[in-house]
Design a protein around this ligand. Structure first.
Ligand code: GLU
Length: 464
């Protein structure tokens, strides 16, 4: 049997971190088993679905490199097919028309609650042998309900949660088409999973309550029941459900914030799944290792520090040309134009091991292409009057230097000796003058890249 998985987002918002992990696991499971991965857009909630949200899903998937073998399929384009299946079920007696008005259902609910019973449909329009139904009213457009079995249990072995058993008595007859004829959410999922030949449904555990109903409908259709894997949710670092409060929730926000897709993917892969102690691995490795047995059934907790650590790792590994293209755009957004000098590739080489995000990279190197923005605290601490004679002296020495890191270093050393100072006593003010802040890579390398005339003019501008 060919493995076929799907990702079936509702386009009502961004592709968020939880959705991306569901997509990643479904994708990896298909890859691991040389199967197919399908993208299905569940857009039947017309009030909440938007084209922008569809685009956000497609963009997010593309940015992460989660390619699909089939789709995107749009449920709104499959209405005719759902209606055909509804008719088949009506004909087969596994679904029936229900003419209850809203008032009747409200009254039913009310009386059940008063009696301390769980509110549920009482089956008054459910056909049974030997039961006489009322005459259908002419003026009430009926809904269609699924004729759920009334005895026995729905049992499945969830690939994450283990065996789950739900008594059919707990499930009343679900509405599968509204009075206007449109099919409802659970029904569309069933028809699609069936017709798309889905073999493993991997999704968030907020859907676990839908599963017994969906299984019953699939059985009524004579469909093969897929396996189910319900992923536990992702919590924020504070243990609360992951939400907008936790900063970036949209995957594309991480893109904007300067994360590499490799880092996001690697991070998401470890969110609830493990392969021994492996923390850093490629998607190729992940697709070889991934299985559903090593998914934890407990909730996973989001940890930004770990994501940053992975991102720093992938930035270090990244090709400098790719980083240069990316950072040029980020600098342009800050109105900073990258010029030919100092060479961006070298600047990146100097900084790529020191940053957690590409935004950090861009802001850290901005001073190469514009005048530094001076940090007031650093300036007050390091640009003290007593150091200025040494700096004046340094300018004189630097003028004669052949502009190489070693020679620059020697010039600084000479000033250090002449003025009986320690190296940092000169290097720190130099950093503040040249970069605006007191942290930088090796100062002679920074100076070598900045260029002689720029270095001299920045120091001179800072002298009293
Ligand atoms: N459309 C549902 C959602 O976005 C997922 C349904 C499913 O995976 O079965 O939550």
């Amino acid at each position: 049997m060919i493995v076929r998985t799907r990702f079936a987002p509702s386009p009502t918002g961004f592709l968020h971190i939880g959705g991306a992990r569901t997509a990643l696991f479904s994708w990896a499971f298909a890859k691991k088993n040389v199967g197919q991965f399908i993208l299905r857009i569940e857009d039947t909630d017309v009030a909440r679905s938007t084209p922008e949200a569809v685009q956000a899903i497609l963009d997010g998937m593309q940015w992460l490199g989660l390619d699909y073998d089939e789709g995107p399929f749009y449920q709104m384009q499959r209405m005719d097919r759902y209606k055909q299946v509804l008719q088949t079920m009506l004909d087969a007696g596994t679904a029936y028309y229900c003419y209850c008005t809203k008032d009747e259902l409200d009254a039913l609910r009310e009386s059940q609650m008063q009696q301390g019973a769980k509110p549920r449909y009482d089956g008054r329009w459910r056909p049974e042998s030997g039961k006489t139904l009322a005459t259908p009213p002419q003026d009430i457009p009926p809904v269609i309900r699924f004729k759920n079995p009334q005895v026995g249990n729905v049992v499945w072995r969830d690939l994450v949660k283990g065996e789950i058993s739900i008594a059919n008595q707990e499930l009343d007859d679900l509405i599968i088409a509204r009075a206007d004829g449109t099919p409802t959410y659970n029904f569309c999922v069933v028809v699609d999973d069936w017709e798309m030949g889905i073999t493993q449904v991997i999704r968030g555990d907020d859907h676990v309550n839908n599963t017994p109903r969906q299984i019953n409908m699939l059985m009524a259709l004579g469909a093969t029941i897929p396996q189910y894997a319900h992923l536990s949710m992702i919590l924020g670092s504070d243990g609360q459900k992951l939400s907008k409060r936790h900063g970036a929730v949209s995957v594309m926000q991480y893109h904007e914030d300067g994360y590499l897709p490799e880092a996001i993917l690697n991070y998401l892969a470890r969110l609830g799944w493990s392969h021994g102690d492996e923390e850093i691995f490629s998607m190729q490795q992940f697709c070889q290792w991934f299985d559903l047995d090593h998914i934890t059934s407990s909730a996973a907790q989001f940890n930004t520090e770990k994501l940053n650590w992975l991102n720093a790792h992938y930035i270090k590994l990244a090709d400098n040309n790719l980083l240069a293209a990316d950072v040029t755009e980020r600098l342009a957004k800050l109105n900073i134009k990258v010029t030919a000098q100092p060479p961006l590739l070298e600047v990146i080489g100097l900084y790529k091991e020191r940053v957690n995000t590409l935004n950090e990279l861009a802001t850290n190197i901005a001073y190469f292409y514009q005048q530094p923005v001076r940090d007031a605290v650093a300036a007050e601490k390091h640009l003290t009057a007593d150091i200025m004679p040494a700096m004046t002296n340094l300018v004189a020495l630097l003028k004669a230097v052949d502009w190489q890191p070693e020679a620059i270093h020697q010039a600084i050393n000479e000033v250090v000796t002449q003025h009986a100072l320690k190296f940092p006593k000169v290097a720190m003010p130099l950093r503040v003058m040249l970069t605006g802040i007191a942290q930088s890579p090796s100062i002679d390398q920074v100076m070598a890249l900045l260029g002689k005339s720029e270095v001299l003019s920045r120091i001179e501008a800072a002298l009293p």
